[in-house]
Write a new protein. Structure first.
Length: 316
């Protein structure tokens, strides 16, 4: 390790573990206090130092209990909403990474299903590595036709590498050109086998998308012949696995849902544990819809989104 890195580790050790002040560290290491401060800041930003607070915010715990009671969830994790909205996915991803790590460490076998998106990209950065040869990771939907780290193919392969597990792709686009072409694709033997495996998923982690330009599906995956306005007119509030749902979590009557190459929503409801990792108050409607429709049994979100979900009215 280079001398500068060794010095940074030593400074971080003295500050965080031994409790010395920056002035005491400067004296001990024969350097200026300004340099000590710089080393400590870099240690935090580089990930050399991770701080864990061994306590829970009472307000977050109250929201978790309310979500579990209102929607009949197995579990809920609510993290404080960061001041910078751009950090929401990172904060939820950290909590989700720890959550699924614990699940796999307790039962390191079976089939683990994944979707796609920015929150799941952040999640895999916080998943603990292991050697789980009896575990298989599978994508639960088709993907984008070009490489991007939010893609379901990249999410699945990265998790499989971390866990040294089998990896299976649903090697198809998110949408077929027509409902008829989708049916033709799925009638092939290779896809029948893939969907048999996906339906046997034990635990899945997914995210939900709204209808705004912040939605990655709207920006990158929606076919050019489908307009967001027409989805909204049909009652959509967002999507799960590329399938658009109304406020009660039911699939809308629109051809786009019959073009989606993904596990159907009725089959998703039969998976034992589906984790929805999604946040931001702007996603409250689609998160609430997902929970009302019993499309997820575990929610990992942020404080502002959780409060908005609990206040979101269902349609008649």
């Amino acid at each position: 390790m280079p001398e500068e890195s060794q010095t940074q580790v030593r400074a971080a050790w003295l500050y965080y573990l031994e409790g010395l002040t920056q002035a005491e560290i400067a004296d001990r290491l024969k350097m200026t206090r300004l340099r000590v401060n710089r080393l400590l800041v870099e240690a935090r930003s580089s990930g050399l130092v991770n701080i864990t607070i061994n306590s829970r915010l009472e307000s977050c715990v109250r929201l978790e209990r309310a979500l579990m009671a209102q929607f009949g969830l197995k579990d809920a994790i609510v993290v404080p909403s960061p001041a910078d909205p751009g950090q929401i996915a990172a904060q939820i991803g950290k909590a989700a990474g720890d959550f699924i790590s614990r699940i796999i460490e307790e039962k390191p076998s079976g089939i683990f299903g994944v979707g796609w998106g920015g929150t799941l990209r952040e999640t895999i950065r916080h998943v603990r590595a292991g050697q789980y040869r009896e575990l298989a990771v599978t994508s639960m939907m088709g993907g984008l036709t070009y490489g991007i780290e939010i893609n379901t193919f990249e999410i699945a392969s990265h998790l499989a590498r971390l866990w040294q597990a089998e990896c299976h792709y649903l090697a198809a686009p998110i949408y077929a050109g027509t409902p008829q072409s989708r049916d033709t694709i799925l009638a092939q033997d290779v896809f029948e086998a893939a969907f048999d495996r996906i339906r046997a998923t034990d635990v899945a982690i997914l995210s939900a998308g709204d209808l705004s330009e912040r939605s990655l599906l709207v920006r990158y995956g929606l076919p050019g012949d489908v307009r967001v306005a027409e989805l909204a007119e049909a009652g959509a509030v967002g999507d799960m696995l590329g399938q658009f749902i109304d406020r009660n979590g039911q699939a809308i009557a629109h051809p786009i849902n019959r073009r989606a190459i993904a596990l159907p929503l009725d089959a998703l409801r039969r998976i034992p544990t589906v984790i929805l990792a999604s946040g931001g108050a702007y996603k409250a409607e689609v998160i609430a819809a997902t929970l009302r429709g019993k499309l997820a049994s575990v929610l990992i979100t942020d404080e502002d989104a959780a409060a908005a979900v609990l206040e979101s009215p269902a349609s008649a």
